[in-house]
Design a protein around this ligand. Structure first.
Ligand code: ATP
Ligand code: MG
Length: 730
């Protein structure tokens, strides 16, 4: 065990960090910029509380932003304190609330075996509710309805409050769906992600004795990334910390990027108001990045309207300049990233794990992924189709879910005829209707399929077979470890036969299922239903970023939202274009651009040594080609900290210069130019046979052609190929 006295800590922390780590009981706010050691301080504070005997591991509640962050913190604490001495209650808001509800949820009528419905499940429930109400999905996109319900829950509005506050037509429609949705969820014994938080708050509000018990238990409450708490989370923290008032929160208003989920940056700005006696510690020294990277990030964040001024500094020195490059299109962007990654790994001693490529929207990952596959560069994709969202995994999970909770209607519907066993929609509907009329679970109805009105003999038999399958598996669960039962389930249900069909894709899907089975080995210490319950809970809670497998080598592809809190020696930010960052949707909302600035700031401050900013002249996204202007944020960067490689304006070969952004970095002579002559220039007037007269806005030489952007007097902007378009000079 490492001694963690003040003198030892002093060697590991700077002065304000040490002050925060050793601060006495009472409310404590650590308010600081990116990379200044907030998470580190939180970790050391926990270690110090335990080491100094001020708290036992069991007294501490530590809230992290992702499960991955919790795992990292636990590993670090075990290093500092010795094995088994890290706090037991460490995790995301969702996992903590899940655990509280499993213990005490029954006090407000929540079954201990509730299942968690993810985004896709809840969308299915929303759709069913809309069908019931005869609402047209084309007019009212179920996704938007689902998002609106989610938002209401984050604002702690139940169906009645929501209906009362509904002030436009769409809200009125949602207010009709919301109660039907809630009933369906209750009948299925299911909670969605928002419910988990909301129900925990309800529990505490409705049962003061229960609240008092949890309040006494958690003598110390610590919350990382506090700037991204929404109303429910804020309420929960306040309730839990009310008794002992030992609440330590850590955050950075400049990194608040979850407004769309109801996060309210004012929670951190108002901490002083909520706790007038709070100790406040500010950290300004950054230990992550070079000064050039910090200056670039500051240039973007400084003009945010509502922010607490803080400027980061480092003793690391200026470091390399920030590389700003224009590429021709997303293909070239990906190629450029790939060759630069090769250069960094071959010549500069970086490993793939040191490198992250960031983007604003998931759709942008496709071209990057394709290129990495083609070039044989291993990568980890975070925030794309997640493991648990893959079809075969959802099927397998649904079997387990329905075994665990025979009321789970979404799971039942998913598997009753997968693989095919001649149970059609009509039969399924009759089963569900019987369960609803009798007021019992679907599983209970299945015990006597013959008693369900309106079924054919064939349907009764098919349902009987389905029931036997599940009953047998449930019986196995009492005898064998979960992992083995999952293996039996895959074979006996027919999922294996369905998936492993001999094709390479099938093989891939089967590998996923095997991996899924492997995950259950973690629960070998538990038995039967308990193991199953824990396994399902974990599966439902793994958030996107937790898909990051640390042990596999590979470059990280990740969205700006997911990358919060992480750090990498080398960061590429792609798609730094108007319409992408800032995103087009943000431009229309008040405060939207400021949120995008913060997102950009989060991205830039992930970089330790090298930061690359790419914008593309042209981008195919959502099926159309757009001409994108460089992001306004790029124009704000001070010239003396950025490097614009020669030729980057026309990366793919201006006349006499085929330099790419890479040449400037690798200091290699440019490759020879392609033998193409530019025929048109910006400002030149031309005439097109169909479009009429116009002026050239931009001409770019590509590998094989000259691409023109023309603003026509009558039809607006068009992109044309000079070799194909019927053009003449005016
Ligand atoms: P973010 O705002 O991105 O969440 P943060 O403020 O939580 O960042 P940390 O992740 O805790 O910052 O720290 C950033 C990096 O600096 C980490 O690698 C951390 O180990 C290192 N670091 C922080 N403080 C010190 C210190 N006093 N001495 C050495 N390294 C430090
Ligand atoms: Mg942090």
């Amino acid at each position: 065990m490492t001694a963690l006295g003040v003198s030892e800590l002093a060697g590991l922390l700077n002065e304000p960090q040490l002050e925060a780590v050793t601060a006495a009981d009472g409310p404590l706010l650590i308010f600081a910029g990116a990379g200044s050691g907030k998470t580190r301080v939180l970790t050391y504070r926990i270690a110090h509380l335990i080491e100094s005997g001020r708290a036992q591991p069991d007294d501490i509640l530590a809230v992290t932003f992702t499960n991955k962050a919790a795992k990292e913190m636990r590993a670090r604490l075990e290093e500092l304190l010795g094995p088994g001495r890290a706090p037991v209650w460490m995790g995301t808001f969702h996992s903590i609330c899940g655990r509280i509800l499993r213990r005490d949820g029954d006090l407000i009528g929540i079954s201990r075996s509730f299942v968690i419905y993810d985004q896709a499940d809840r969308l299915a429930v929303v759709k069913r509710a809309m069908q019931k109400l005869g609402l047209d999905e084309k007019k009212f996109p179920p996704n938007s309805v689902s998002a609106k319900i989610s938002h209401a829950k984050n604002e702690m509005q139940g169906p009645a409050e929501f209906a009362q506050a509904a002030d436009d037509y769409f809200a009125e429609v949602v207010s009709r769906v919301y109660p039907v949705y809630e009933t369906a969820m209750r009948d299925a014994g299911a909670l969605d992600f928002d419910d988990m938080l909301l129900m925990a708050v309800r529990l505490f509000q409705q049962d003061p004795t229960c609240l008092a018990r949890w309040q006494s238990r958690f003598r110390q409450v610590l919350v990382d990334e506090y700037q991204d708490t929404n109303k429910v989370q804020y309420t929960l923290v306040k309730l839990l910390a009310e008794k002992h008032r030992n609440l330590c929160v850590v955050g950075d208003d400049d990194q608040s990027i979850y407004r769309f989920r109801g996060a309210d940056v004012r929670n951190i700005l108002f901490f002083e108001r909520d706790f007038p006696d709070a100790t406040i510690v500010k950290l300004e020294q950054n230990y992550r990045s070079t000064q050039n990277i910090l200056d670039a990030a500051y240039a973007v964040i400084r003009s945010v309207a509502e922010r607490a001024e803080k400027k980061l500094w480092t003793s690391e020195g200026k470091g390399s300049k920030v590389l700003l490059g224009q590429v021709y299109d997303e293909q070239e962007e990906a190629d450029t990233v790939a060759s630069e990654v090769r250069r960094l790994t071959n010549q500069e001693g970086y490993s793939l794990a040191d490198i992250a490529v960031l983007y604003r929207t998931n759709a942008q990952s496709r071209s990057l992924e394709e290129t990495m596959v083609r070039q044989g560069i291993p990568y980890k994709l975070v925030g794309g189709t997640r493991f648990y969202e893959r079809r075969e995994i959802k099927d397998a999970l649904a079997y387990l879910r329905f075994m665990f909770n025979p009321a789970d209607a979404v799971a039942f519907r998913r598997i009753v005829n997968v693989p095919r066993r001649k149970i059609g929609d009509k039969t399924t509907a009759l089963v569900e209707a019987a369960a609803a009329t009798r007021g019992v679970t679907i599983g209970a109805v299945l015990q006597e399929p013959g008693s369900i009105a309106g079924l054919t003999a064939a349907a009764v038999e098919a349902l009987g077979g389905f029931r036997d399958l599940l009953d047998n598996l449930s019986a196995e669960l009492e005898q064998h470890p979960l992992q083995e039962v999952i293996g039996m389930m895959l074979v006996r249900s027919g999922l294996q036969g369905m998936v492993a069909d001999g094709t390479p894709e099938g093989e891939d899907h089967w590998q996923n299922l095997l991996e899924f089975k492997g995950l259950a080995s973690e629960y070998s210490g538990l038995t039967g239903r308990e193991a199953l319950g824990r396994f399902l809970e974990e599966a439902a809670l793994v958030s996107d970023v937790d898909g990051l497998d640390e042990t596999r080598p590979g470059l990280t592809l990740i969205t700006l939202h997911m990358v919060k809190g992480l750090e990498f020696p080398v960061v590429f930010m792609t798609g730094m274009e108007e319409g992408l960052l800032p995103h087009i949707r943000a431009l229309e909302e008040p405060g939207g651009v400021d949120e995008e600035r913060r997102l950009c700031y989060v991205g830039m401050t992930r970089a330790k040594r090298r930061l690359y900013l790419f914008h593309s002249f042209r981008r195919h996204l959502f099926g159309t080609a757009n001409l994108n202007m460089p992001s306004r944020f790029l124009a704000e960067l001070p010239e003396d900290i950025i490097e614009r490689p020669a030729g980057s304006i026309r990366v793919q070969g201006g006349p006499g210069n085929r330099a790419t952004v890479l040449d400037a970095v690798s200091r290699q002579p440019p490759a020879p130019a392609p033998p193409l002559v530019q025929r048109y220039q910006a400002g030149q007037r031309i005439k097109h046979r169909t479009f009429g007269a116009g002026v050239i806005v931009k001409s770019t030489l590509t590998r094989t052609d000259e691409e023109l952007i023309v603003r026509f007097d009558n039809v607006g902007i068009k992109i044309l190929s000079a070799s194909m378009a019927p053009l003449e000079s005016e």
